[in-house]
Design a protein around this ligand. Structure first.
Ligand code: SAM
Length: 238
């Protein structure tokens, strides 16, 4: 998977490959991250990337000229990569969007700063706008890092255990079940007995029931969009 992140703060974004699952994936060549700075596509002596908004108002905007040049040079380098602008006005990010992107092989992630970017960049070169939530950040970098992390862990071989991502929340439309590790007792809390039983069928059933119950309690909206089979329906009301 090739990521190109267009950002005024490459060092901030590059830190996403410093550690953990994403860092290991990069070292193993499963993903590649290139950050490109629109400042390198300016032509004036001050390397200006922002300007005042037409019509007045507070703040500055990222200029379209250097952004368009940056995006187009990355499009040329990556072939058919989709351009995604991280924006609070975008489509709310969901696991299924990360899954779909992980199957595309490449992506260009555009990070805004200041009051955002000139609208004509969106009209001309942006394929999709994605939001990481209903709040406003000072730049798109953290959002781009969320996408890079979320996609990378879905790449085949990225996680140590192959089943890990499949069992995560949202993959089958449900929240994940609770998990326990050693010690068996901490303070006055014990690990549920079934998990110590060695009976894989019972463990599987318990986990499914927990996942269903938690989803119903915490995120009933997810259940409305999930097709449950007959045995799941029984577990939910049992
Ligand atoms: N004026 C813009 C608005 O109200 O829609 C907000 C601009 S914000 C201060 C600067 C940049 O941060 C945006 O261009 C975008 O790239 C990024 N950003 C802020 N919040 C975001 C969010 N929730 N999801 C994704 N990107 C976000």
């Amino acid at each position: 998977m090739q990521f190109s992140v267009i950002t005024l703060f490459p060092e901030l974004v590059e830190s996403v490959v410093a550690e953990g699952v994403v860092g290991r994936a990069e070292k193993r060549g499963l993903m590649e991250l290139k950050c490109v700075n629109p400042r390198d596509f300016t032509e004036d002596v001050h390397r200006t990337v922002d300007d005042r908004p037409y019509g007045g108002g507070p703040g500055m905007l990222m200029r379209p000229d250097c952004l368009l040049k940056t995006i187009r040079s990355e499009r040329e380098r990556l072939g058919k990569a989709k351009v995604i602008y991280l924006s609070p006005q975008g489509k709310p990010l969901e696991q299924s969007m990360l899954q779909a992107l992980s199957e595309e092989g490449s992506a260009i992630l555009l990070c805004g700063r200041y009051e955002g970017i000139d609208e004509r960049v969106i009209d001309l070169e942006v394929d999709e706008e994605w939001s990481i939530g209903d709040y406003v950040l000072s730049g798109g970098e953290l959002a781009a890092m969320v996408v890079v992390d979320g996609v990378t862990r879905l790449l085949p071989e990225a996680l140590g255990h192959k089943g890990s991502a499949i069992e995560d929340s949202f993959t089958d439309g449900l929240l994940d079940c609770p998990h326990y590790t050693r010690p068996e007792r901490i303070e006055d809390l014990d690990v549920p007995k079934v998990l110590l039983s060695g009976n894989h069928q019972h463990i599987e059933k318990w986990r499914k029931k927990q996942a269903l119950g938690r989803t119903q309690l915490r995120r009933p909206d997810l259940l409305q969009n999930t097709e449950l089979n007959e045995s799941d329906k029984v577990l939910l009301i049992e």
